[in-house]
Design a protein around this ligand. Structure first.
Ligand code: NOJ
Length: 716
């Protein structure tokens, strides 16, 4: 902060009463009715509120949310500025997770695009739309590493890989912030949920986690480190405990790790009610103790509990909380308000937004994240002159395509798959049925009349997101029945899966000729899927999450510290099951194209490098030739993995270290070079120290985590 702002904050702190200071740490919901407005006005006049959430409930991703009432926000802001004790503006926050009115794919799908620039652009457009209705602060990115597709919230984050998590964190934060949060159309970001929430045992929401320090540093923290380095000014604390220590009351996690170790300087907001939740978790007996624990842990803003407002003043009087602790917390909140320029520019001017480019970007991102998982006999792309039986429960669905955590997107503006197919080939080429399940005869009749069967399958948004975990990630039986009937028709059968999470593909993909994983891909999901089906776009998504064969394999992730003793890579099936093949159905990084890529001639510019040279910034260049040997121009994501052959601690058999997504013309060969330096070749010890150890490191480059081309690098 510059010294002018420092002085302004010091002056404010001198003038503010204890009550007014505590008010800055209190977040409430925005008023909706006149009566609520009057009550809020009273609170603002007393200085009891510092921030507001634009949500009608604690589970905003699930419940139908009211549109943002910008006029009301401006009215309330006017009260804060003109009638509040010191003219301190409110900061308005909302869960802007994957788009605003224009909805982009759910984040787990976005990760599959492996296209950071496009992700950044989508979030830039999201900020433009969200700020136009008065939202200053987004509760995003959600960057919880997650290995359990039963967990409903897996769809909100980047999946199982810390490197993908870092890329997503940076792209999203940079997109929202646009280099300077003071701009009217930039947003303050809030990486969440710090920390470990994605490790909920058994995928049960709000549940316990066990995370060793070794895993914390190597898997869970990297994305948060990246978001903080990219300039995030706030962080949200999580509901879960780690090893019996609830993080929203933990000074170890919220201060020692977040501030002292990661260098975070902004403010922390609790998740909704997470401070009061400490009592439910059994580490306090009273709400007052919750408040004491929360503020000492390092949580500045209490989201919607009123718990600081009700107890902090007394705790200060009793000497249990110091004025210094309170002042530091208020200072951090005010710093962000100054940084966002809210003192100068508190009101929303409601600019008109032209969404044409935003929708184009949504189409592009949706098609780049869709993953072609199977394409036997090149059944895809389809020619437009075929008669298509278009069947399945998601043919006419609109809302599910938008996914969970879609607060402003409108189902009625979202083309269904049927509508997009009509647009693509015309009604006359489509045969549909009244029964979406396939259990009655009109589906079967349609199959026999058609040249090819396209099934729109998947899951509802209602089984994804917060509080929406599943015990079983199998496709519902009635959908499997529909696939079977289609298969028995003797026609080629294409499954288009509109899902939030990976589903179990054993016994499903086997019956299909082609599988397009279209995810819950937002406003343009249906059109993007059609673009791929008819070859207008060549598929290029690669899944950023492992597809287990069945629920019993969970957790299954490619980068476990199991080294060579590892069924995932087919090396040791006895570590797995008697009744099931050990390898995943589709591995991390996997995805097909209509064209084909050949990898050859992998090289490095040195075979040996010293730890000192690495520390001094020397890098090893690894290169490979990639050729488009197929018949379509297309994009490929070239992935570089390492395997530290023998470490002090066990290392993963494969670890993604970098990727590049590039367009190849037919017949084109490109020499792709990656650089590996100190930051890529080491790992974290359980005490958080980063080390590069001597020994051999195998470097692999290829199209997914089963990459075969390899060189060995010796670190001395
Ligand atoms: C609870 C969720 O866990 C969190 O992600 C969200 O930001 C808040 N509710 C506010 O809606």
């Amino acid at each position: 902060m510059n010294s002018k702002v420092d002085n302004q904050i010091n002056e404010l702190l001198q003038k503010m009463s204890i009550r007014e200071k505590i008010g800055q740490l209190n977040m409430t919901v925005t008023p909706k009715t006149e009566a609520e407005f009057e009550r809020t006005r009273e609170k603002l006049r007393n200085g009891d509120v510092g921030s507001m959430i634009l949500a009608s409930s604690s589970t905003a991703g699930l419940d139908p949310q009211e549109r943002v009432n910008t006029a009301m926000c401006n009215r309330v802001q006017k009260v804060a500025m003109e009638e509040g004790p010191h003219g301190i503006p409110l900061i308005y926050g909302r869960d802007v997770i994957h788009g605003h009115r224009t909805v982009y794919p759910v984040p787990l799908a976005i990760a599959a695009a492996f296209n950071d620039e496009l992700v950044k652009k989508a979030y830039r457009y999201t900020a433009i739309e969200a700020t136009s209705v008065g939202i200053h602060w987004t509760f995003a990115p959600m960057i919880d590493l997650c290995r359990d597709p039963r967990y409903g919230r897996i769809i909100e984050g980047p999946g199982e890989d810390p490197m993908v998590g870092r890329h997503m964190a940076r792209a999203i934060v940079e997109g929202f912030q646009n280099g300077d949060v003071a701009q009217e159309d930039s947003m303050v970001t809030c990486p969440k949920h710090f920390i470990g929430y994605g490790a909920s045992e058994g995928g049960r929401d709000y549940y316990r986690t066990e995370i060793s320090d070794y895993s914390l540093y190597n898997y869970y923290l990297p994305a948060f480190r990246e978001a903080i380095e990219a300039g995030s000014d706030t962080v949200m604390s999580s509901f879960n405990d780690i090893n019996g220590d609830p993080v929203s009351g933990s000074r170890y996690y919220m201060t020692e790790i977040l501030r002292d170790y990661l260098g975070f300087k902004g403010f922390v907001v609790s998740d909704w009610g997470a401070i009061a939740f400490l009592k439910r978790l059994g580490v306090t007996e009273s709400e007052s103790e919750c408040a004491e624990l929360g503020i000492h842990a390092g949580i500045e803003i209490d989201m919607c509990d009123d718990i600081y407002v009700r107890y902090l003043e007394k705790l200060i009087e009793e000497g249990k909380v110091s004025m210094e602790t309170l002042d530091n917390a208020v200072r951090r909140v005010l710093e962000v308000k100054f940084k966002k320029n809210l003192f100068e520019n508190p009101y929303c001017k409601m600019p008109e937004i032209d969404r044409t480019e935003h929708l184009k970007c949504a189409r592009e991102l949706a098609s780049e994240c869709m993953v072609l998982l199977k394409n036997e006999d090149n059944v895809l792309p389809l020619s437009k002159d075929k008669k298509i039986a278009l069947l399945g429960p998601l043919v006419h669905e609109k809302r599910a395509l938008l996914g969970s955590w879609c607060l402003e997107g409108k189902a009625e503006e979202t083309p269904s798959f049927y509508e997009a197919m009509v647009e693509a080939v015309g009604k006359n080429h489509l045969i549909t049925a009244t029964d979406p399940t396939g259990l009655y005869d009109d589906s079967v009749r349609a199959m026999y009349q058609a040249d090819v069967v396209v099934l729109a399958l998947g899951e509802s948004e209602k089984v994804t997101g917060e509080k929406r975990s599943l015990a079983d990630i199998s496709l519902p039986n009635y959908q499997i029945e529909l696939i079977r009937k289609a298969k028995y028709s003797g026609k080629k059968v294409i499954g288009v899966f509109f899902c939030g999470r990976p589903i179990a593909m054993e016994g499903v993909a086997d019956l299909l000729d082609a599988v397009l994983y279209a995810w819950h891909s937002g406003s343009e999901a249906a059109g993007a899927a059609c673009d791929i089906l008819f070859g207008e776009t060549v598929p290029s998504g690669k899944t950023a999450i492992t597809f287990p064969r069945n629920s019993g394999h969970i957790p299954m992730y490619y980068n476990a510290t199991s080294n060579r003793y590892n069924g995932y890579f087919g090396n040791n099936s006895e570590t797995s099951y008697e009744d099931s093949i050990a390898a995943p159905y589709y591995p991390f990084g996997y995805g097909l194209s209509y064209t084909e890529f050949a990898y050859s001639n992998m090289q490095s510019d040195c075979a040996e490098i010293s730890v000192d040279d690495l520390k001094n910034g020397k890098k090893v260049k690894c290169s490979i030739d990639v050729s488009n040997v197929g018949e379509y121009e297309g994009k490929e994501t070239i992935q570089l993995y390492i395997h530290d052959v023998a470490g002090t601690y066990m290392r993963p058999f494969r670890e993604l270290k970098d990727y590049k997504k590039l367009l190849f013309k037919v017949g084109e060969t490109k020499n792709i070079t990656f650089e590996l330096g100190y930051d890529e070749l080491g790992y974290y010890m359980p005490d958080g120290a980063y080390v590069v150890e001597e020994g051999n490191i195998e470097v692999f480059i290829g199209p997914n985590c089963f990459a075969k081309d390899k060189i060995v690098l010796k670190v001395v």
